[in-house]
Design a protein around this ligand. Structure first.
Ligand code: CTP
Length: 403
């Protein structure tokens, strides 16, 4: 999955011959799952039609502050457009537009939106070789980069003038690849490996029966997605669940029993930077697994149970660089119990779910958590979707790692 999947891209097109390539750029962004809106300078419409771009982007294309063709003369709100975007991409960016961007000129919709946008801005210069080499252009390019805008360098080749040299806009495929790798390199968990356990475990009684629990695995899967979206390489060790995950940064390892989860977690633990154990692991398992299906014979049946291995406690004993996070599901004396668990299992952080909170815990789409850190600082969170809770958990870890 591309880092651009689900992202909102605002493409600004200015009046250069390379504008004809912008159609392909829109297609490529859409293919990667991004949502695209296009804005154009008035003069760029001589190079490519708004109809082409609105058809490809499936969104109206704006080129002035108000729509003269629209009977309501709708104001095209540049502030709204700028705030809508996750990324602004100006491609092609002509010498004229670059100069205006560098100096705060604001005489068209593209420039006003650029000035209003708070998100990262990429620009792909396109001009003739002597214009590209000119000291004023160089100065503008430097100035724009010093503002935090990211330049996608022009390449060398045959130019519209017939001259050959530097100044050709990067090819759409290269622009997309450049933006993807730039975003990836800046993700806060880039280069980090994360182990996550999720779901229930099933402890076999006989070939057809088991002891299990109602954990859906949703919380762990959401944490895995969030970590992967922030650039981490994730090892997701999961018990039986209907959850699905499609993310190229997530390696899913399916297990059934606590013993299997223990082995898989220990296999990956040495190489990870962060381990988040959200699985609802069975605390006990049948001492003996019957080889044949147990027949109904007596009025009562006793199954002798023995403790499973505590994965979290075991990782706490061997941890070195790893930031270790556990979960606690409590019904009473929540803070005391969870804090004691944190200390006993040698954790860096514990996520507490209280069964006294409505909407928290198993098999719901929401959760309400309290986070306790190694210094026993307590942070309470509101009831939120499990996706939002996953973001909170990862953000807390990032803050603690930075501190
Ligand atoms: N855990 C584990 N291996 C086990 C049991 C639990 O890794 N065999 C982990 C869970 O993934 C969770 C935390 O330990 O992160 C929960 O701790 P635990 O002491 O098992 O909590 P409870 O099951 O609530 O224990 P208790 O009944 O003692 O409160």
């Amino acid at each position: 999955m591309s880092v651009l999947s689900g992202k909102k891209i605002l493409l600004g097109i200015t009046a250069g011959i390379a504008a004809y390539k912008s159609a392909n750029l829109v297609r490529l962004f859409i293919k990667l799952g991004a949502e695209v809106k296009v804005m154009m300078t008035p003069a760029s419409k001589d190079f490519i039609t708004p109809l082409t771009l609105s058809t490809l982007s499936k969104n109206p294309v704006h080129s002035s502050f108000y729509d003269t063709e629209n009977e309501n003369e709708l104001w095209n709100n540049h502030v709204e457009l700028g705030l809508w975007a996750d990324y602004v991409v100006i491609a092609p960016a002509t010498a004229n537009t670059l100069s205006k961007m560098a100096n705060g000129t604001c005489d068209n919709l593209v420039l006003a939106t650029y000035l209003s946008a708070k998100c990262p801005v990429y620009f792909a210069p396109a001009m003739d070789l002597d214009m590209y080499k000119h000291s004023s252009t160089k100065e503008n390019l430097q100035k724009l980069q010093s503002f935090g805008n990211v330049m996608i360098p022009a390449t060398s080749g045959e130019l519209a003038s017939g001259l050959v040299g530097e100044g050709r806009m990067a090819e759409p495929e290269d622009i997309v690849a450049f933006i993807e790798s730039d975003i990836l390199s800046k993700l806060p968990l880039r280069g980090k490996k994360v182990l996550i356990t999720a779901g229930p475990t099933y402890e076999a009684i006989d070939p057809v029966r088991f002891i299990g629990n109602h954990s859906s695995g949703k919380m762990g899967f959401e944490i895995a997605k969030q970590a992967a979206n922030l650039g981490a390489e994730v090892f997701l060790v999961t018990g039986p669940t209907h959850q699905e995950v499609k993310h190229s940064f997530i390696k899913r390892i399916d297990v059934i029993s606590a013993e299997e989860m223990y082995n898989a977690s220990h296999e990956y633990f040495n190489e990870v930077d962060i381990a988040i154990l959200s699985a609802a692991v069975a605390d006990y398992k049948p001492k003996n697994i019957a080889h044949q299906k147990i027949k109904k014979k007596d009025a009562t049946l006793s199954i002798e149970l023995v403790p499973t291995k505590d994965i979290l406690a075991s990782l706490g004993k061997i941890k070195k660089q790893q930031f270790l996070v556990g979960f606690a599901l409590e019904t009473d004396n929540e803070i005391e119990n969870a804090s004691a668990k944190l200390t006993r299992k040698n954790l860096d952080m514990i996520v507490l779910n209280s069964l006294q909170d409505k909407g928290a815990g198993f098999a719901t789409n929401t959760n309400k958590i309290t986070i306790i850190d190694i210094n026993l600082n307590i942070t309470e969170f509101d009831l939120k979707s499990k996706t939002a809770v996953a973001k909170d958990i990862i953000n807390e870890i990032l803050q603690k790692l930075d501190a």
